[in-house]
Design a protein around this ligand. Structure first.
Ligand SMILES: C[S@@+](CC[C@H](N)C(=O)[O-])C[C@H]1O[C@@H](n2cnc3c(N)ncnc32)[C@H](O)[C@@H]1O
Length: 229
């Protein structure tokens, strides 16, 4: 079924921006409700995999929930001013920058780590995004992405997709007054290559040591790779 926030064409970015503008104030609450708080554990795992970086770029940072978990110098980038407004109200040391992940306003080789939580799936052009991340990472730097996954097990995948199709829009309607914004998750996931495809795209875009770690039997995944030294 069509979703008003998902469009595979040149309107993709505008629709994604409109989606997050509409739900910015309720975004963090819905994350807790949808995942029963588990997203905190998955985010913490990604932070652990990052090690002790001095400089972190948290891409598609949204309300800053990820960025606040890193120590070191953190820059959060998002193209939604509404999401960044919520981020700016947090008491963190992070610096917030309004910019497009496909055209980052940073020089080459700037960051030790680029983290991206629930962001790659939303980009209008995955390869262009990976290429831009590769450019701003310093040689040897790490990319870590957490996002929805596609479980291998057919039965689990069917149950999980049914949960995304029916239950998330209900939560979205009740708590954010917007069912479509949460129906978007499945629409965007269906078009997203998920853990295996993202690993292949990372390799094609010059990353090495690419691998992924699954959570909840593949319903969530952390993809990881390095820019060669
Ligand atoms: C699902 S939210 C993730 C927020 C946060 N990373 C988290 O884990 O809670 C996705 C965010 O990506 C941002 N986004 C999507 N496409 C973007 C792009 N091309 N450039 C910058 N931000 C983008 C949206 O505005 C939104 O805030």
């Amino acid at each position: 079924m069509a979703n008003r926030y998902y469009s595979p064409d040149e309107q993709r970015a505008d629709k994604v921006r409109a989606l997050f503008a509409a739900i910015a104030r309720r975004y963090d609450l819905l994350n807790d409700l949808m995942s029963l708080g588990l997203h905190r554990r998955w985010k913490q795992r990604l932070v652990q995999l990052a090690g002790q970086p001095c400089t972190v770029l948290d891409l598609c940072c949204g309300t800053g929930d990820f960025a606040q978990r890193f120590t070191g110098s953190v820059v959060g980038v998002d193209f939604s001013s509404e999401m960044l407004r919520v981020a700016a109200a947090r008491a963190t040391r992070a610096r917030w920058v309004l910019a497009d992940a496909l055209r980052l306003p940073f020089p080459d080789d700037s960051f030790d780590v680029v983290s991206i939580g629930y962001g790659l799936r939303n980009l209008a052009d995955l390869n262009a995004g990976l290429c831009e991340i590769h450019r701003v990472l310093r040689p040897g730097g790490k990319l870590l992405s957490l996002d929805f996954g596609k479980p291998d097990n057919g039965l689990w995948r069917a149950l999980y997709f049914a949960h995304l199709r029916f239950w998330l829009p209900v939560l979205g309607r009740i708590f954010a007054g917007n069912a479509d914004a949460y129906g978007y998750i499945l629409a965007s996931l269906q078009a997203y290559p998920a853990q295996r495809g993202v690993q292949e795209s990372m390799e094609r875009n010059g990353f090495v040591e690419c691998k992924f770690e699954e959570c909840c039997a593949g319903a969530m995944a952390i993809n990881c790779g390095r820019k060669p030294r």
